[in-house]
Structures are given as C-alpha cells and as structure tokens.
Design a protein around this ligand. Sequence first.
Ligand SMILES: [Zn+2]
Ligand SMILES: [Zn+2]
Length: 337
Amino acid sequence: MTEICDLTRNRKPLKPAELPVPQPGPGQVLVRVRACGVCHTELDEIEGRTPPPELPVVLGHQVVGAVEAAGPGAGRHPLGQRVGVGWIYSACGECEYCRAGVENLCPRFRATGRDAHGGYAQYLVVPEDFAVPIPESFTDNEAAPLLCAGAIGYRSLRLAGIEDGQRLGLTGFGASGHLVLKMVRHRYPRTPVFVFARNPAEREFALHLGAAWAGDTGERAPEPLHAIIDTTPAWKPVVEALANLAPGGRLVINAIRKEDRDRDRLLGLDYPRHLWLEKEIKSVANVTRRDIAEFLELAADAGIRPEYQEYALEEANQALLELKERKIRGAKVLRLE
Ligand SMILES: [Zn+2]
Ligand SMILES: [Zn+2]
C-alpha cells in the first residue's frame, strides 16, 4: 500500500513491489508466508480510517507460514515450525494493561500490516513471542482466517458475557460472524443465535450453519436478545441492535472504525427504546496473544473450519474490492506459492 485512497475510485490501491528479504533482528524470526487472510481492517487502512503511520507498508495480519531463520537471541520456535501472526505484532509487556492481561489495550500496541510490514508478501519478520504455533489439524488456508476473524470473534464472544441458553444476536455475517456462530454451537449448545444481515445470501448461509432465525438488519427478532455482536462497518445496525436487546442486554461492537456514510442514523437513537433498562454498549479493541492461542485450541477441539475463498497474491486488489462490495461468503485467503 502506497497511499490513502477511496477504494470506489481507485480500484487497485495495492501495487506489486520487489523488496529485499527482511533480516530478523534480536528476538525476531523470519517467516516464509504460505497464506494470508484478507480482513475488513485492510479497507480501513487503505481508506484512512486507521492509517498506517508510515507508507509504503505491506498489509496483512492473518499470516500463516514457516519459521525460516531466527535473529540473535531467538530460539523459541524450531526452524520449519509453522506459525501464525495475527493483528498483535507487539506490545510493551510492562505497562498496566500488559501486566493485567489486556495487552490489546497497551498504548504501545503495534499492529501487523499497519505499524509493521505484514503478510501480503513472501516474507515477514516478527518478534518470536508474538508468533503462535498452529495446530496440525488445520491447513494453511483454514488457519489464516482463524487468526483475526476467529480470534477477534472469540474475544467478542467473551465480552458478550452470555451463559449457555441465553439468546445471542449477530448483526453482520461475514468472516467473523460465521466463525462466532460455529463457536457458539460448540461452547453454548443451548444458545439460539439470531442473525441480522442485509444480504439474502448471508442470511441463507447463517440458517445453513444452524442459526435459529435470520432477518434483515432492520427487522425485530422474535424475542429480545441478551447480547448482540455487531461486525458491520455501519451505524444503522448499531441502532437496530439496541432496539433488539432485552433489558440489561449488551451490544458488543467488533469494529476498529465505523464508516461515516450512514452516521445520521444515530439521530434516530431514542433513549427509552434503545438505551434505557440498563442496556450496555462495549467495543472490542485488537486481540491478545491469549485470544489467538485459546481460540485456535477451541477451533481445533470443536472442529471449526472456516469457509473461505482462495485468491493468488496478485489478486489482492480484487479480494479487497469484493470484501468492500460485500460479496462475502465466509473468509478470503491469499495463497502464496
Ligand atoms: Zn483483521
Ligand atoms: Zn503495554
């Protein structure tokens, strides 16, 4: 990525480039990339909602590859070990947040593919402590979307705080939503899941995966819901979700940034209908290494495999555009040879 731009005007924001193979520094490993997931956050970077501090930068934060070399002092992973790198590239390890197990909130949090070069490339270097071994049961392509869509979905579900049997809503049903549905069916088998999506194909996909109900974003669920997880880039789903919450219910917004297009919807916020009766709103920020590791373990146990479409690295612009235009079914993965 070389510049901030509007993807509807510049349909090829990523340019191919020949870069030298990076050298792992102290405590870092060199990873040869085999697959990298495509995430909505890349759109937020390209369109300037969470801009990289320096350009050009290599995007990509759902990276699966093999350790090919270790820098000075690095010895945690044997050469050849398959590892994954998610959105968390590093955190300071010393601040109050890092010490309290919420390194995702660290003021010195650095993100893969934004604050450091990511996985839309043949190689990347990463601090070895932030590279996570991948369970054998997954292929490279299956593992990639688990590293962000899955891990942040796992964090969202933790923050939703539901108990087995409570009713859960999902508004938006892309890469993360469909993995959350699979997680819920394993971990909270008595919890019915209600899916809100404006695209009929997504609703059908949700029912196919076991959702109890699926409707359009503006519809009312048949019963009020204890928690709803929002994975959309828009505001209308936030307002509608609040109207669907039961008293004391919680809305968890899993989005690094919201788009401004329908911001005026917020003026429709009606205190008694949307917020009163102790409804809560909580956002999800980043992920911790623990989220990634625990989710991979859960996914392996539960046999959770993401549905994905594969693209060549050269097709990255097309994959991003299809994501932008919500031509989504499951996740998107760039495959490197
Ligand atoms: Zn992501
Ligand atoms: Zn810290």
